[in-house]
Design a protein around this ligand. Sequence first.
Ligand code: UDP
Length: 263
Amino acid sequence: MNSNPDVKLKQNESEKEIAEKPLIDIHGKRKDGRESGDLRKIKIEVGVLHRAEGSCYLEWGGNKVMAAVYGPREAVPRHTQNPLRAIVNARYNMAAFSVDERKRPGPDRRSQEISKVISEALGHVILLERFPRASIDVSIEILDAEAGTRCAGLTAAAVALVDAGIPMKDIPVACAAGKIKDPKQNEIIVLDLGKEEDNFGDADLPVAISPRTGEILLLQMDGHLTQEEFEKALDLAIKGCHTVSELQKKAIIEKYGSMPEAK
Ligand code: UDP
């Protein structure tokens, strides 16, 4: 740490300057230097936990996510069992320390909603009929949050499922696009919103796909988009999904030497 007060003042000034910058300038540069179609930096590690059947640690910009898979195992309580197929229980949890203002621990409406949409998205690609009466439990722990955590969580969960050897038609992947304004109040569609863009932007469109078939597994919208903007944002989010999908595959190949066959 620099104790010189002049240097400290300069640092504070530059922080203020950053805070006053528009979300995107007239040259199309975002606050963090990204262009409209750029993703934040992503790092994926496969099989980081010893006791889970499968796991993945993922960093996506300032998000840090751990996903772990248990099962397939007998679903309990028994009334939750489906005699024809397995059930998927994804549990998204945001750690109390993961956000600026301490989050009250435990489930809330938001985490229940995210758990539900992620469970459904994963359930569409897992070969559930292979495991009647079983449950496949997926824990998604958000350790650090900086917007886009549901996309980061689903993307990590998909890799953890591969690590657990769960048979799937494809490896699902998620990415968001959104809308922010430049200083002339033009609405710009951008990929992968950062924290301030999410807080002060005009719309956010998280999307999950099955990259092999292009099937949409999750699509949510926060804010307003015209039909034209929606189509542009959806196209951009899908392009982002394909880029992230390559990173998932690269991480799996790094760990296992090859990709598992699609079932
Ligand atoms: N957030 C927060 N406290 C909360 C919930 C969310 O600070 O209780 C922040 C967090 O950084 C999160 C962002 O708001 O990533 C956006 O949340 P949103 O509900 O849009 O979901 P996400 O974009 O993370 O999927």
